[in-house]
Write a protein that binds this ligand. Structure first.
Ligand SMILES: NC(=O)C1=CN([C@@H]2O[C@H](COP(=O)(O)OP(=O)(O)OC[C@H]3O[C@@H](n4cnc5c(N)ncnc54)[C@H](OP(=O)(O)O)[C@@H]3O)[C@@H](O)[C@H]2O)C=CC1
Ligand SMILES: CC(C)(CO)C(=O)C(=O)O
Length: 337
């Protein structure tokens, strides 16, 4: 069984790393003292809405011992937030084995590129986690929505596929990973709306005003990607360009059409909400900020996404949170002009 090092033991790192460890993989989690202390003697508990309930005592080391752990590993999963990717890359560069494989399981478009730039000669693959994981505290992590992890196709994956499949998290190989990441970014435009709403995803998405905010941001991003000639993969029953049409439907229609395919646990929140709540820098620059920069590079503008960047930055600095759907929609419409 290959040695796996998970760099960034938070929601995704503990859940994916823990499931791998529970299935017998040799896993070491690298993370913060507060996460190690929360896991404590009881170990990790990993659950989902379909009966998964596993406990495991995966090895956990603090970041000071991260380089030694990464040096031993054949596979390194990077699961820090995007703002920490450069630091992790600098830590990995002097210690990785030349035959190591690095997989970024992060949101955003550029994390694998950022790792690759500092790790020449190492196989670095972009990955995409479609499902939500909530940190319930006390070492418990809950998968609150569905989907299969997708990874940039590469022959190096063959050595690890069995471990992921045994863990109940089979990998889907993709040759069009750029299109997958862009389509995921479109879905992640909801993160900012969810973080500003300050309520669980299910409650937020059940309100038309919030969905209209997401639709505004998605339409703008979709048009920007089209203008750049950048394709988007289909990750949902509806193709990406049609999702805004569903989002703006009245609540009852949305519930009837989306509910069967969009099972979200009532407690699930976006990772951006978790960052705001913990007082951390969010990934707004790596999500909505990407749309704004791409639009600018094309001589266009993306005022709705730019406004969401501004509002989330303000919230990071202690500004307004708990926006109502109507207030946020009015604000974004004003920005759109
Ligand atoms: N949570 C979710 O449901 C989903 C998240 N994602 C994506 O997955 C990625 C990870 O998200 P998530 O798991 O929520 O993030 P978390 O913040 O829960 O976990 C990341 C952890 O890594 C720690 N960390 C930061 N720098 C280092 C370092 N140098 N060495 C070791 N540990 C470090 C962080 O500590 P500290 O906070 O102190 O910096 C934090 O505990 C993001 O890109 C996110 O967008 C994708 C799909 C779903
Ligand atoms: C799963 C999803 C889309 C929403 O929780 C996410 O990627 C995130 O929270 O960052």
């Amino acid at each position: 069984m290959p040695g796996i090092c998970v760099f960034g033991a938070g929601s995704i790192g503990c859940y994916v790393g823990g499931r791998l460890a529970a299935a017998g993989a040799d896993v070491v989690l690298v993370g913060r003292e507060r996460v190690r202390d929360a896991i404590g003697e009881g170990g990790l508990r990993l659950t989902d809405d379909h009966g998964v309930d596993v406990r495991t005592n995966a090895r956990f080391v603090l970041e000071g011992d991260g380089p030694a752990a990464a040096h031993q590993a054949e596979l390194v999963l990077v699961t820090v937030k995007s703002a920490a990717t450069a630091d992790v890359a600098a830590t990995l560069a002097p210690v990785l084995r030349p035959d190591a494989v690095v997989v970024s399981l992060q949101n955003g478009l550029t994390n694998a590129e950022a790792l690759r730039a500092v790790l020449p000669g190492v196989t670095v693959l972009a990955g995409m986690v479609p499902f939500n994981v909530v940190n319930l505290g006390g070492g418990a992590f809950h998968q609150g929505s569905e989907g299969t992890i997708e990874v940039q196709d590469d022959p190096a994956l063959a050595a690890y596929e069995a471990a992921f499949a045994a863990a109940g998290l089979p990998l889907r190989r993709r040759e069009d990973m750029g299109a997958v990441l862009r389509a995921k970014l479109l879905l992640n435009l909801n993160n900012a709306v969810n973080a500003l709403a300050g309520i669980p995803l299910k409650a937020e998405l059940s309100q038309r005003a919030y969905r209209r905010c997401v639709a505004l941001a998605q339409r703008e991003a979709y048009e920007t990607f089209r203008a750049a000639g950048a394709s988007l993969a289909r990750l949902t029953p509806l193709p990406p360009g049609l999702i805004p049409r569903l989002l703006v439907m009245p609540d009852r229609v949305y519930a009837a059409v989306a509910a069967p395919t969009l099972a979200i646990d009532p407690i699930a929140r976006s990772s951006m909400w978790e960052d705001l709540e913990a007082g951390r820098t969010t990934e707004i620059d790596w999500i909505n900020g990407e749309v704004v920069r791409l639009a600018e590079s094309l001589g266009r503008s993306a005022p709705v996404n730019a406004r969401l960047v501004t509002l989330v930055r303000a919230a990071e600095a202690g500004g307004r949170r708990a926006w109502s759907g109507d207030d946020l929609l009015a604000d974004l419409r004003r920005a759109a002009g």
